[in-house]
Ligand binder design. Structure first.
Ligand code: URA
Length: 278
């Protein structure tokens, strides 16, 4: 059986970009989990991307897989891209290279010039003179980041469709913060994604079947709304369960210190193909 994998960052300008990533002097350790390292992207860096997704910051699964938006949030986005006929011709980058730690860290650094300068270098590489025709921003911080880039590249930005949508984990974070039911906040997100879907489809050249049937706002997520991450997006040798829709990584620990230092990785039951243990 032959496997596909992400070739990484061997060629310019990405080789230079990953060599020059900003560290703790730019991303303070009080607000970012710098100890888990920067996580740069997911998807095509070879010029074949037709859509760019700008996310927020990496979470637990991303810290292990070393590619962004591979957990639940990423699978929701993968499902959205599938609706507009995009199965692999995309590229995803985040607003922040490191996972945000604590309340308000993202807002506090939304306009930091050094963070923006490095992010803009990636966006220049991916959007200027490329065949990307649409940008999807996930949440307010990503929208702000996109606007900051667009102000530096008005010519390139003028040729792009912007779909500024709610972040895929809005339902969970909003329910936690407001006390609203998860079903209610999920409906708000799905309504928002439904609103953006027709124009996004109109501005993307599909590579596969398009199905812009709206999300069923009152039913919540249905089978098929989430899509698994393709093998070609992950580093060579990644185990297949890293692509699965089931969660396999979680932060654990008795206190905040231990929790920040620990990610528990568990092979899902369906992948425990070893012989019975004696
Ligand atoms: N994981 C990411 O990499 N980015 C997000 O915005 C959310 C989860």
């Amino acid at each position: 059986m032959s496997h596909e994998s992400c070739p990484g960052y061997a060629v310019a300008p990405f080789a230079g970009l990953v060599a020059a990533y900003p560290g703790e002097d730019v991303y303070p350790a009080g607000d970012f989990r710098v100890e888990w390292g920067p996580i740069f992207h997911r998807g095509r860096l070879d010029g074949s991307a037709r859509v760019l997704v700008l996310g927020q910051d990496p979470a637990t699964h991303e810290s292990i897989a070393r590619r962004i938006l591979v957990g639940e949030a990423g699978q929701r986005v993968q499902g959205l891209l599938a609706k507009v006929g995009i199965g692999r011709s995309y590229v995803l980058v985040n607003t922040f290279l490191y996972s945000v730690f604590g309340q308000g860290g993202g807002q506090r650094h939304a306009k930091d010039p050094a963070i923006a300068a490095y992010r803009n270098a990636w966006l220049d590489a991916l959007l200027v003179g490329s065949q990307v025709s649409a940008v999807v921003t996930l949440g307010q911080l990503a929208h702000t980041a996109y606007d900051m880039w667009a102000a530096t590249q008005p010519g390139a930005a003028a040729g792009l469709h912007l779909a500024a949508i709610r972040h895929p984990t809005y339902p969970e974070s909003s329910a936690r913060a407001s006390g609203k039911k998860l079903s209610e906040t999920t409906a708000i997100l799905l309504e928002d994604w439904n609103r953006a879907l027709p124009a996004l489809a109109a501005h993307v050249t599909p590579e596969g079947p398009v199905d812009t049937t709206p999300y069923a706002v009152q039913s919540g997520w249905r089978a098929g709304d989430l899509a698994p991450i393709p093998e070609v997006d992950l580093p060579a040798g990644s185990p297949p369960w890293w692509l699965d829709l089931r969660s396999w990584a979680t932060r654990t620990g008795e206190d905040a210190q231990a929790k920040r230092a620990t990610i528990q990785v568990t092979v899902p039951r369906a992948y425990r193909a070893w012989p019975p243990l004696g």
